[in-house]
Design a protein around this ligand. Structure first.
Ligand SMILES: Cc1ncc(COP(=O)(O)O)c(C=O)c1O
Length: 490
């Protein structure tokens, strides 16, 4: 099988310095007179104890996350080699902390950054922490499902033309639904634009590097740096993530310092070891597992698409010239001619078939498969959908999901965050400036960011979200139909 150069599994890639050192350390059975307080799992339920035995602090032989010199340094080097990166950094607070670190390592932290309007809320924490000024590129939204599939290159080109003083261009590829942008051609655009760094949120694409028929990783397409949420697609504990920088990235040092700023001083060794082990494991087994998963995906996507009442969405999106591919493991299914909506399908899958999907929404569900799901598990999903299709085929009043509006930013997000605020009734908030972040969950894409002008359109949209059962997460906490707005800006 053809293998990409960068994912190649050289013999030394099978080593896992952090994991192997911990195993050796445990075998020596030293008396633990150090943190954490469970001293190797005491006072914990039995199921936690195995993992707790790996839960060390930064002892002399276990290196230091904030100043890596031995095993963490070696493991990061192996990680970089796997990804074809110049340098890699482990993250212990999720991809979110990597995105924050990029913002905190900008040359001019308060300068302008280009952002897609459908960026994850982690970007907005980056804006608040850094004080950067966002320049938004509108998200392109599928009319039928209301899902944002990506951004247009033309919009990027126009924004680059208009803003000569950008500090960075941030984009998301693949998005939460697995859809990938043409990073190669965007990289050419940023390269020609004073080489402004192109930073890709590749939170959902960490596995691409291990198989040539999965979408091409962003770094190989010319991105300057990427963030990957390894816990999303690798066999890694939640919050395990990493950053990779490319050959031409000039701010590795500042990025490393910024990672330190947003990371705990008590890094989880089980988490670090799980990333280290997973990299070695996938170097050896990733291609085979992904090959099997790809075959299952091809087979079952076709079968699901033939079921009356269901239609795969990504296949339609691939007609957009902006989209260069889709992660075969993200199965986004639209209800079409089914008397149920996505919430109802999700509930039946959960309650009757004991299948829990990643997302259920008005007209869609998203099943997130992994390289570890076996064909009988794909079959289980298929059979459940087949039963639902037979039982509930029939017309339903179609609900058109409105595209999220793009409110005007009138106050910088950080200034808005720091401003004093008042809680007002959402219906009476027209003309006020938002003081909090509001996002529909999942996947956590904000529709209102601190500093944005509240108009009738956004009020209608937020009321629509509430009325249609979408979970609305507010940074200011639950406040019963009210919204925090900036004082004095009413
Ligand atoms: C596209 C995208 N970027 C970033 C994040 C943040 O990742 P994490 O949960 O690892 O902090 C997510 C989380 O779902 C995401 O979907």
């Amino acid at each position: 099988m053809k293998q990409r150069e960068y994912g190649k599994s050289a013999r030394h890639q099978l080593k896992a310095p952090i994991y192997n050192t911990l195993v050796k350390y445990i075998q020596e059975n030293r008396l633990r007179l150090h943190m954490p307080g469970h001293a190797g799992g005491r006072g914990m339920p039995k199921v936690f104890q195995d993992m707790a035995s790996y839960d060390f602090t930064e002892l002399p032989e276990l290196d230091n996350f904030h100043l890596p010199r031995s095993i963490i340094k070696r493991a990061a080097k192996l990680l970089a080699e796997t990804a074809g990166a110049q340098k890699s950094f482990f993250l212990i607070n999720g991809a979110t902390s990597g995105i924050q670190a990029f913002f905190l390592s900008l040359r001019n932290m308060q300068g302008k950054v280009l952002l897609p309007r459908n960026a994850h809320q982690a970007f907005f924490s980056g804006l608040v922490l850094s004080g950067a000024e966002p320049v938004y590129i509108p998200a392109q939204t599928d009319e039928d499902t209301g899902v944002a599939w990506g951004v247009n290159r033309q919009d990027i080109a126009e924004a680059l033309e208009k803003h000569a003083d950008l500090e960075a261009v941030f984009l998301v590829s693949p998005n939460y639904y697995g859809t990938c942008l043409n990073v190669r051609s965007i990289a050419r655009m940023t390269e020609n634009h004073d080489a402004v760094p192109l930073i890709i949120d590749e939170a959902h694409g960490g596995h691409f590097v291990f198989h040539p028929q999965y979408p091409e990783p962003a770094l190989q397409q010319g991105a300057d740096a990427v963030v990957q949420g390894l816990h999303k697609t690798w066999p890694v504990f939640n919050q395990g993530a990493c950053l990779h920088t490319g050959r031409l990235y000039k701010r590795d040092k500042q990025l490393g310092q910024a990672v330190g700023l947003v990371s705990s001083s008590s890094p989880s060794y089980p988490l670090l070891a799980s990333m280290d082990y997973a990299r070695a494991f996938l170097s050896e087994n990733g291609e085979g597992l992904l090959e099997q998963a790809l075959k299952s995906s091809q087979c079952y996507k076709e079968k699901i698409n033939r079921l009356p009442g269901f239609k795969l969405v990504q296949e339609e999106w691939e007609k957009h010239e902006e989209i260069t591919g889709t992660d075969p493991l993200k199965i986004l299914i639209k209800m079409e001619n089914l008397s149920l909506d996505g919430f109802q399908v999700g509930r039946i899958l959960r309650e009757e078939f004991k299948i829990e999907v990643e997302l259920q929404s008005v007209n869609v569900i998203l099943a997130m498969m992994s390289m570890f799901h076996e064909s009988q598990e794909w079959q289980k999903l298929y059979e459940a959908l087949e039963k639902i299709s037979l039982r509930y085929l029939g017309a339903r009043k179609r609900i058109r999901v409105p595209a999220p509006p793009m409110p005007k930013q009138v106050v910088n997000p950080r200034s808005a965050w720091l401003h004093t605020k008042t809680l007002v009734d959402l219906r009476n908030s027209r003309g006020c400036v938002a003081g909090e972040l509001i996002a529909a969950y999942p996947p956590g894409i904000p529709c209102m960011v601190p500093g944005e002008l509240i108009n009738e359109e956004i009020i209608e949209y937020l009321l629509w979200l509430r009325a249609n059962c979408l979970q609305v997460h507010k940074a200011g906490g639950e406040s019963g139909g009210k919204i925090w707005v900036l004082d004095g800006a009413i």
